[in-house]
Design a protein around this ligand. Structure first.
Ligand SMILES: Nc1ncnc2c1ncn2[C@@H]1O[C@H](COP(=O)(O)OP(=O)(O)OP(=O)(O)O)[C@@H](O)[C@H]1O
Ligand SMILES: [Mg+2]
Length: 233
C-alpha cells in the first residue's frame, strides 16, 4: 500500500535522504530505527509532502504522492503524529479532536470510536490540552490522527520521554490499530520499544538504509544482539 522508491530529500541543497526504498503492506507495522539526525523524521515529512525538494517516488495505493500539496495528504487517509506531539495546547481535548475530524469531514461516530480507545481522554474531554500530562498529550496526538480514520499512520517516536506504563498503552493502541488493518510506519530510537509490535525493521544511517529484517527473523536473541552491535543503538 506504500511503496517508497529511491527517495532522496534535500533541505536547501543539502542531501539528507539518499535513495531510500522500502515497502509497507496493509496491516503491517514497519519500524524505522536510527540515531539522532539519521533522517527518520525527514522520511515521514517527505511522505507527508512537508519537504520541498524530493526525488524518487512515493506511491500510496498506486497513487503518486509527490507533488500533491501537503494539506491534501491527510485526505487520502494518511494520519501523521509528528515528533513532539504538536497539539493546539490552548484548546481543549475535544477541540483538538474536532480539528482532526475536519480533514476528512468525519463526525460523531468517528469521535466516539476514537474516544472509546482512550478512556483517559474521554474523562478529560474539556481539559485544556496543554495541561495534560506528557503521556496524555501523546495519546491525544494519536487520537487526533485517528480522527481521519487513516489506513496508513505515521508515528514519529510516540514513546519518547514516556514511562513504561504509558509506553505499553501506546503499544497496545498500535496493536489494536494493526488488528483493524491500519498500516503503521513507526519511528523509534530504542529497539526494545518496538520489537513486540514490529513486522519489519529497517535501520537508517546518514540518510541511507543500512539494514532491514522481518521481525520473525530477529525474534531470537542472537540476531537481535547482532542488530544492536551492527548499529550501536
Ligand atoms: N528544516 C531543516 N532544515 C535543514 N536541515 C534540517 C531540517 N530538518 C532536519 N534537518 C537536518 O536533517 C538531518 C536529519 O534530520 P531528522 O530530523 O530527519 O533526523 P531524525 O533521524 O529524525 O533524528 P532524531 O532522532 O533526533 O529525531 C539532520 O542532520 C538535521 O539537522
Ligand atoms: Mg526525528
Amino acid at each position: 500500500m506504500l511503496i517508497v522508491n529511491n527517495l532522496t530529500s534535500y533541505y536547501s541543497n543539502i542531501k539528507i535522504l539518499k535513495e531510500l526504498s522500502f515497502n509497507l503492506n496493509q496491516g503491517q507495522v514497519l519500524c524505522l530505527l536510527g540515531r539522532n539526525g539519521a533522517g527518520k523524521t525527514t522520511t515521514l515529512k517527505s511522505i507527508m509532502g512537508l519537504v520541498d525538494k524530493t526525488r524518487g517516488s512515493i506511491l500510496f495505493n498506486n497513487e503518486k504522492l509527490s507533488g500533491i500539496p501537503a494539506h491534501y495528504i491527510p485526505k487520502k487517509g494518511i494520519g501523521y503524529v509528528p515528533q513532539g506531539r504538536r497539539l493546539f495546547s490552548e484548546l481543549t481535548v475535544e477541540e483538538n479532536l474536532e480539528i482532526g475530524l475536519l480533514a476528512r469531514k468525519k463526525g460523531k461516530d468517528t469521535k466516539d470510536k476514537v474516544l472509546s480507545m482512550f478512556p483517559r481522554l474521554k474523562e478529560r474531554i474539556n481539559q485544556i490540552s496543554g495541561t495534560l500530562s506528557g503521556g496524555e498529550q501523546q495519546m491525544l496526538a494519536l487520537a487526533r490522527a485517528l480522527c481521519i480514520e487513516p489506513s496508513l499512520l505515521l508515528l514519529d517516536e510516540p514513546t519518547e520521554g514516556l514511562q513504561p506504563s504509558m509506553i505499553s498503552l501506546i503499544r497496545n493502541s498500535i496493536l489494536e490499530l494493526k488488528k483493524q488493518g491500519v498500516s503503521i510506519l513507526l519511528v523509534e530510537q530504542r529497539i526494545e520499544a518496538i520489537l513486540p509490535v514490529a513486522d519489519e525493521v529497517i535501520i537508517i544511517e546518514n540518510g541511507s538504509k543500512t539494514f532491514s529484517a522481518y521481525a520473525k527473523e530477529f525474534k531470537n536473541k542472537k540476531t537481535l544482539q547482532n542488530l544492536y552491535n551492527f548499529t550501536g543503538l
